[in-house]
Design a protein around this ligand. Structure first.
Ligand SMILES: *[C@@H]1O[C@H](CO)[C@@H](O)[C@H](O)[C@H]1NC(C)=O
Ligand SMILES: *[C@@H]1O[C@H](CO)[C@@H](O)[C@H](O)[C@H]1NC(C)=O
Ligand SMILES: *[C@@H]1O[C@H](CO)[C@@H](O)[C@H](O)[C@H]1NC(C)=O
Ligand SMILES: *[C@@H]1O[C@H](CO)[C@@H](O)[C@H](O)[C@H]1NC(C)=O
Ligand SMILES: *[C@@H]1O[C@H](CO)[C@@H](O)[C@H](O)[C@H]1NC(C)=O
Ligand SMILES: *[C@@H]1O[C@H](CO)[C@@H](O)[C@H](O)[C@H]1NC(C)=O
Ligand SMILES: *[C@@H]1O[C@H](CO)[C@@H](O)[C@H](O)[C@H]1NC(C)=O
Ligand SMILES: *[C@@H]1O[C@H](CO)[C@@H](O)[C@H](O)[C@H]1NC(C)=O
Ligand SMILES: *[C@@H]1O[C@H](CO)[C@@H](O)[C@H](O)[C@H]1NC(C)=O
Ligand SMILES: *[C@@H]1O[C@H](CO)[C@@H](O)[C@H](O)[C@H]1NC(C)=O
Ligand SMILES: *[C@@H]1O[C@H](CO)[C@@H](O)[C@H](O)[C@H]1NC(C)=O
Ligand SMILES: *[C@H]1O[C@@H](CO)[C@H](O)[C@@H](O)[C@@H]1NC(C)=O
Ligand SMILES: [Zn+2]
Length: 788
């Protein structure tokens, strides 16, 4: 190692230097630490960065600040981020580039596993090479996907008594503008069962458990029926599972205007973004995550694959249809008028009953959708970190769409391309290189079951576990101009706020009202409200990331903190299940360019937010994680649990004080920790690395290796989804579930045992989080049972 040893090279006042910075004692200590770390290989990341990339910048430093200076240590190692880069990124994101990329990405349908999808993966790889990233690679997995037949469409028929077709669903969505064309596939729901079934039709509202309950109360048996359900309220796969469990022989899902055109706007696409009567919403109906045949491990060449019949795929045929189509079926049903909560916005009488009123007619569902093993690709573009190349900050989006995908997902891909172009231009010209490695990721087959990201995480988990700092997701970047909507894990909340405080407000009216930044409008329009106490906190709402996009496996399985930004519409009063054109053939470039974000200023805003967050995570000398914020969220989770389940907690015999005490302990330690970080000797790279590792480990501490109760691949104790909906706001997911199950089965010893067991797992994890951020030599518990 070419460490400099001569003090004379240092351009600081001798006295100050001698007294303050370089007592022989500290010098000895520091040298020992370096020697030991080198010997043990702990310093490898730093050393690779130092030797491999920044050798030329070992300089005669004139920037010595407080603390010990290590002779020979490159400036870059002890230098914090260049604050100018933040402005360069925020000002450099170019909306017209995003528009160009989006048009390119949304010209043809690019369903996972198709040649068009591969073309895009390859295009991104070439784009990243040309932009000047250090590496651009593709990875592939052979996985189970699902497609409509090329030749025969999926269909719902109504036949008369002679078997003549009285009505049938169209082959595909009508072409309404020159922006759609015949390249769109026949509408289908991925992983549907196959077959042709005939039976009575029955309308089941949203196909929730309570909807079927109401039918049962009315003595209506859906067994051997073809069920019609509207999209919304719960996931597609749950609707299908609920129907299949009750003996239904087929499912037809449709988008009711009540859920996708609230207010009954007459002007629909292409005149507005409201859903037209010819639109079908596609989507997967598999309930799992990752390749269905290789759960929990990567779908590599050597992988063992379960048979399709051995995994939990839907068995019955399922298709999507438009509201223009379904009204002819629902309008002909027999039975009594349905209650208001079951009535959608079609101009027909919604009825509850089985069969068609004209008793000589019956319905047939034909589904030819088939499953097939296909190759899926992930594309990665990499910028090597200058100082800590072994610490990864990832930003990714999926690439596959259902049809043209101009909103989901290509809006996010276009934004990611612009961030990567800009960052690569800075590294190429030598203006900047991030401290940590940045990895841009384009995932395959997200729409089917988050497959590309999940398989890759399963493959690289041993590296990611030790090295990944955070994952920033982009997917649907813009659905409206009202406000930022964001998801994220507590350690990232602060950094997300900071990014939003730097990005100019895209809305001139908001600027006139004094809200100059994106943060100001976000805080005003989406404040964090506690419905138990009716308090509104002085910070914007950031829920957990959940299961809706590629962050799911990063957060819930790998314990890597995740964030996701979007600009969206005002949710209040709209009663929308989601943005109206979601997953339909009308998610075209035209829809984005003319209806959703003319000028692409909102796309650029999401690029600035995500780009600045990425920069701050990749470049800040000390990771911008706030652990106190984490402890505050856990405090809220604890309170919410008490508000929702006080009675069950008391009858179960759980000592709730154990959890409260552990959270207080974590909170106290977080304050001490942050004080010690602010006093840290930033010229000591080992000390910097040490606290960064503690920051990084905090999210990992909440991983439970055995998984949450009943779900071995869902492992995060604070940032996972729940099985049962929580009665009083966000809380510890496994405790919400075990408490709900205990509540429903008080007499069952097993549910009480599950609750108590999981409670002790959670308390231990919170205690461990506190010990992890302590002074690293003080993690040994003093005596059995003594928490603090
Ligand atoms: C954005 O990019 C376009 C095309 O690359 C270029 O013509 C334009 O000048 C850029 N705008 C800004 C503000 O840099
Ligand atoms: C998209 O861009 C790539 C790279 O510039 C180009 O090769 C490809 O032809 C473009 N595709 C479309 C459909 O515009
Ligand atoms: C569709 O028809 C073509 C030509 O007849 C045939 O080659 C192909 O295998 C068929 N595809 C399917 C999925 O049946
Ligand atoms: C369809 O309806 C006809 C009477 O119109 C009936 O004979 C036939 O059995 C029905 N088919 C099925 C499969 O229910
Ligand atoms: C519904 O009907 C099926 C047979 O058609 C029967 O097996 C099942 O028990 C019935 N369910 C109820 C709740 O009556
Ligand atoms: C009943 O079905 C017929 C034939 O498809 C259709 O023309 C008619 O509109 C339907 N009736 C209602 C009320 O929807
Ligand atoms: C609803 O349907 C009825 C009869 O089918 C028709 O008279 C009425 O005009 C329709 N209303 C609307 C708003 O379309
Ligand atoms: C029932 O169907 C028959 C034959 O398809 C048709 O003639 C008749 O008008 C229908 N009745 C009603 C009430 O729709
Ligand atoms: C925001 O979107 C709404 C609905 O599309 C539109 O009426 C409004 O003019 C837009 N506001 C701005 C500032 O662009
Ligand atoms: C919460 O506060 C708002 C505004 O202060 C008030 O209108 C509302 O009634 C309160 N709700 C509850 C449940 O206390
Ligand atoms: C961390 O969050 C806490 C609580 O919200 C706040 O008081 C503190 O100033 C934050 N610290 C940093 C370094 O941002
Ligand atoms: C749809 O058709 C394909 C194949 O002919 C073309 O390549 C696409 O450009 C076209 N897409 C649109 C949006 O018109
Ligand atoms: Zn998506």
């Amino acid at each position: 190692m070419d460490y400099r040893t001569s003090r004379q090279e240092l351009n600081v006042s001798e006295g100050e230097y001698e007294n303050k910075f370089y007592s022989s004692n500290t010098r000895l200590k520091v040298f020992l630490i370096i020697a030991v770390s080198v010997a043990l290989g702990i310093g490898i990341g730093i050393l690779i960065g130092y030797v491999g990339i920044k050798k030329e910048s070992v300089s005669s430093s004139n920037t010595i600040q407080d603390g010990v200076f290590l002779p020979g240590v490159a400036d870059t190692i002890i230098k914090d981020a260049d604050p100018e880069i933040s402005d360069i990124i925020i000002n450099g994101i170019n909306q017209s580039n995003i528009r160009t990329y989006l048009r390119n990405l949304s010209v043809t349908p690019h369903i996972a596993g198709t040649p068009e999808d591969y073309t895009q993966a390859h295009m991104l790889q070439e784009f990243w090479k040309e932009a000047g990233l250090d590496d651009a690679v593709l990875t592939s997995y052979d996985i189970l996907l699902s497609y409509p037949s090329e030749n025969v469409s999926n269909k719902l028929f109504m036949h008369d008594k002679n078997g003549n077709v009285v009505f049938e669903s169209p082959d595909r969505d009508a072409i309404l503008t020159e922006h759609e064309n015949q390249t769109v596939p026949f509408p289908y729901h991925a992983y549907s069962g196959k077959g042709t079934v005939t039976g009575p039709l029955v309308y089941v509202n949203y196909a929730r458990v309570e909807d079927f309950q109401l039918l049962e109360n009315m003595d209506i048996n859906v067994s051997l029926c073809i069920v019609i359900a509207r999209h919304g309220k719960i996931g597609r796969s749950s609707k299908v599972a609920n129907a299949q469990e009750r003996g239904a022989i087929g499912v037809v899902l449709y988008t009711d205007p009540a859920d996708y055109n609230a207010g009954g706007h007459a002007d629909v696409y292409p005149d507005s973004w409201w859903i037209p009567p010819t639109a079908t919403q596609m989507g997967s109906i598999f309930s799992g995550t990752g390749d269905p045949l290789t759960p929990g491990y990567p779908a590599s060449e050597s992988a063992y694959r379960y048979k399709e019949s051995e995994v939990d795929l839907p068995r019955i045929p399922v298709i999507p249809v438009s509201y223009g189509t379904i009204q002819h079926f629902i309008g002909n049903l027999s039975g009594n008028p349905a209650p208001n909560s079951w009535t959608g916005a079609l101009n027909i009488t919604y009825r509850i009953g089985t069969g068609i009123s004209n008793s000589t007619w019956n319905a047939t569902l034909r589904v030819v959708t088939y499953n097939a093993i296909k190759t899926t690709y992930n594309a990665f573009g990499i910028i090597h970190g200058s100082v800590e190349p072994d610490r990864y900050v990832l930003l990714g989006n999926h690439r596959d769409s259902w049809v043209f995908g101009a909103i989901d997902p290509s809006s996010g891909t276009a934004v990611m391309m612009e961030i990567s172009r800009l960052m690569a231009s800075l590294t190429r010209t030598g203006r900047w290189r991030p401290r940590r490695t940045i990895i841009f990721c384009s995932w395959g087959s997200e729409e089917f079951a988050l497959i590309g990201s999940t398989e890759w995480i399963e493959e690289t988990i041993k590296q990611l576990d030790r090295r990944a700092v955070a994952y920033i997701n982009l997917d649907i970047a813009v659905t409206g101009n009202y406000s930022v909507r964001s998801l994220g894990s507590p350690p990232l909340h602060r950094a997300m706020h900071s990014a939003a405080k730097k990005v100019p407000n895209p809305d001139p009216a908001e600027i006139s009202a004094g809200r100059k930044t994106v943060y100001d409008t976000w805080l005003k329009r989406r404040p964090w409200h506690n419905s138990n106490t009716n308090e509104t906190y002085d910070k914007p709402l950031i829920p957990i990331v959940g299961a809706g996009s590629d962050y799911a496996t990063f957060q819930m399985y790998a314990g890597i903190p995740c964030a996701d930004f979007r600009y969206d519409y005002d949710l209040v009063g709209k009663n929308l299940a989601f943005y109206p054109l979601y997953h339909t053939g009308y998610e075209t470039f035209y829809a984005v360019d003319k209806l959703v974000d003319p000028g692409f200023v909102l796309h650029a805003t999401v690029g600035k937010l995500s780009g600045e967050l990425l920069r701050s995570l990749a470049d800040s000398m000390i990771l911008p994680f706030n652990i106190t914020e984490y402890s505050e969220v856990l405090q809220l989770y604890t309170d919410n649990l008490w508000y929702g389940y006080q009675k069950e907690i008391n009858t179960s015999g759980i000592d709730f004080e154990h959890l409260r005490k552990a959270v207080r302990f974590f909170s106290d330690e977080s304050v001490t920790f942050h004080i010690s970080v602010s006093n840290l000797n930033k010229n000591d790279p080992i000390a910097v690395r040490r606290v960064n590792d503690q920051l990084m480990e905090t999210e990992r501490v909440f991983l439970e290796p055995q998984g949450l109760p009943g779900r071995h691949l869902i492992r995060h104790l604070t940032q996972s989804t729940t099985i049962h909906s929580s009665v009083s706001g966000p809380s510890f997911p496994g405790l919400v579930d075990t408490l709900t199950e205990y509540k429903n089965n008080m007499a069952d010893n097993k549910s009480l045992q599950n609750l108590k067991l999981h409670y002790s797992v959670v308390v231990h994890a919170v205690q461990s989080a506190a010990y992890s951020i302590r002074d690293v030599t003080r993690f040994i518990r003093k005596s059995v049972g003594q928490v603090l």
